[in-house]
Design a protein around this ligand. Structure first.
Ligand code: E4P
Length: 226
């Protein structure tokens, strides 16, 4: 399963890429705002350089197909690993149809909340489909069901678009998505940092180091007595 970071914070991306487990990055207008981005193009290009050759999603803000296509052409020219994020609405499907016919037309269909939306986006040519599971959970629904259903539909028809489990809130979402076989999980840095932690690991490490200090003390005593 591929791990993507769902953030636009450059320092976080740089640090977590150094762990050797990050395969890509997703951004959106909210994440760009939170990261304090001042220059969209420069910011995305910098992320693309850090993550290369992993894919980096950058979102259009137009809501009509023509505008989305115009923005996509610009965004896709920024880096060989940039992916254009298109909202999964009627105009978005029209845009996906056109963009997916380009040689560099990499598309992440975003704001997906049902397997039907994922199916339509894949048919329109999306490379990636992104169901937002956390937002469904927040509304009292079971977001992971959408991942499960989309996996089943894609397997039934050998659909090649990859499923990006998105809007992830906690490490359990990651485990569940991996058990289902989702291709990708995009997660906030906080979730990735939580995944590596276990209290038993910390306790175990402390005990090893304490005991090793005793071994060293005994060795020093042995040398002094010789
Ligand atoms: C995915 O690509 C989106 O950027 C993201 O997962 C949205 O998640 P949120 O519900 O935390 O805003």
């Amino acid at each position: 399963m591929k791990i993507w970071l769902d953030t636009a914070v450059i320092e976080e991306i740089r640090e977590l890429v150094s762990w050797g487990v990050v395969d890509g990055v997703t951004t959106n207008p909210t994440l760009m705002y939170r990261a304090g981005a001042r220059d969209f193009k420069k910011h995305i290009i910098e992320i693309c350089e850090i993550v290369a050759p992993g894919p980096v999603s950058a979102e259009v803000i137009s809501t009509d197909a023509e505008g989305m296509i115009r923005e996509a052409e610009e965004i896709l020219s920024w880096a060989p690993n940039v992916v254009v994020k298109i909202p999964t609405i009627e105009e978005g499907l029209k845009a996906m149809k056109v963009i997916s016919s380009w040689p560099n037309g990499r598309i992440n269909a975003t704001l997906i909340f049902s397997a039907n939306q994922a199916l339509l986006a894949a048919k329109a040519g999306a490379t990636y489909v992104s169901p937002f599971i956390g937002r469904l959970d927040d509304a009292g629904l079971v977001g992971m069901e959408v991942i499960r259903e989309t996996m089943t539909v894609f397997r039934n028809y050998d659909i090649r678009a990859e499923i990006v489990t998105s809007s992830v809130r906690h490490p359990r979402h990651v485990t569940e998505a991996a058990k289902i076989g989702a291709h990708i999980v995009t997660m906030p840095p906080k979730v990735l940092r939580t995944m590596i932690k276990h209290p038993f690991t910390d306790v175990g490490l402390k005990r090893f180091l304490d005991d090793w200090a005793k071994v060293e003390a005994a060795m020093r005593e042995g040398q002094a007595g010789a």
